[in-house]
Design a protein around this ligand. Structure first.
Ligand code: G3H
Ligand code: ZN
Length: 298
């Protein structure tokens, strides 16, 4: 069975990206898995600290394992990421229970502090299991997957605040991370009725080049967070510029709510969840399918 890193390396060669979707309930997982099986592609399932507190880390690991067992075929495979982990303790817990990847999010910290804290997480995780991929975050892009009215306070949007290529290279070298999430004009969450700020494609290219120039074995893949609300065109060009994994959460949350509201409206007397959920699943699957076709160039 191919590891997550091997799959990422293949997608880099093919100039496609792996979709990463956040979940906090079974229906979201079901919808993502169904589309991944239909399109025969690997997918990363993310749970932030809040999402995994709600699901339970053991349940999250067991659910993903059982989906892999049940649907094992072709390129289908679910991987589990402990998304936006803010403490060493939470990273340890995720590593011990069997997550495939951990994002330690020091994006809001000053550079030196971010390097120190991320390095500590990398060293701790390596001791538990060398196969777990650790991702580091450089630059602050807001913290909630929500429908918002304005750019989150302190988020990097101006060119001067985005991740700098030379800092990205230093961060990767000194921390030892396996993947890097830069701030390149991406923002967590999305606007209800307005487009997201454009991504800085040139900055993505420069960061990719900077990490490619690192010594052999240290050329880490780039992860794009906060991709809800970005245009298809921006995301496609970002993949060509060097993005290997793309995170979507808010758009899936919005679809979950819309599907549920419609199902309740159309079936005002229904009380069986499994009879209401198919409509909700269909709404979420539309989002997942559109994104996975885009990311995988299908
Ligand atoms: O880690 C989660 C993602 O970065 C989600 O961002 O809510 O803007 O899609 P999003
Ligand atoms: Zn994120």
């Amino acid at each position: 069975m191919r590891s997550l890193l091997e799959i990422i390396r293949e997608t880099e060669k093919d100039k496609v990206a792996i979709g990463h979707f956040n979940i906090s309930n079974l229906e979201q997982l079901k919808a993502i898995s169904h589309v991944a099986a239909k399109l025969n592609v690997p997918v990363i399932i993310g749970t932030s600290e809040g999402e995994r507190d709600y699901i339970g880390v053991h349940h999250a690991v067991d659910l993903v394992k059982s989906y892999n067992k049940e649907h094992a075929k072709g390129n289908y495979r679910l991987f589990l990421n402990a998304d936006h982990t803010h403490t060493l303790e939470n990273a340890r817990k995720a590593a011990e229970v069997g997550y495939d990847a951990i994002l330690f999010d020091g994006g809001k910290l000053p550079l030196e502090e971010n390097i120190r804290a991320t390095k500590e997480v990398v060293e701790m995780v390596r001791k538990i299991n060398k196969n777990i991929l650790v991702e580091g975050e450089l630059g602050y892009i807001g913290s909630s997957s929500e429908v918002r009215k304005e750019i989150p306070e302190g988020a990097a949007i101006n060119p001067g605040d985005l991740t700098r290529p030379e800092e990205a290279a230093r961060f990767v070298e000194e921390t030892g991370v396996d993947m890097l999430a830069p701030a390149v004009g991406n923002i967590h969450g999305m606007f209800a009725n307005a487009p997201e700020p454009r991504l800085d494609i040139e900055r993505i290219r420069e960061i990719k080049k900077a990490v490619e120039n690192l010594p052999a074995g240290r050329q880490v893949p780039l992860v794009l967070h906060g991709a809800s609300g970005n245009t298809d065109e921006d995301l496609s060009v970002a993949i060509d510029a060097g993005i290997s994994i793309i995170h979507i959460s808010t758009e899936l949350r919005v679809a979950w709510r819309k599907g549920l509201e419609e199902a309740l409206k159309e079936n005002p007397d229904e009380v069986a969840p499994y009879k209401l959920m198919p409509e909700d699943l269909a709404e979420m699957e539309k989002v997942v399918e559109r994104k996975l076709r885009l990311f995988n160039k299908l």
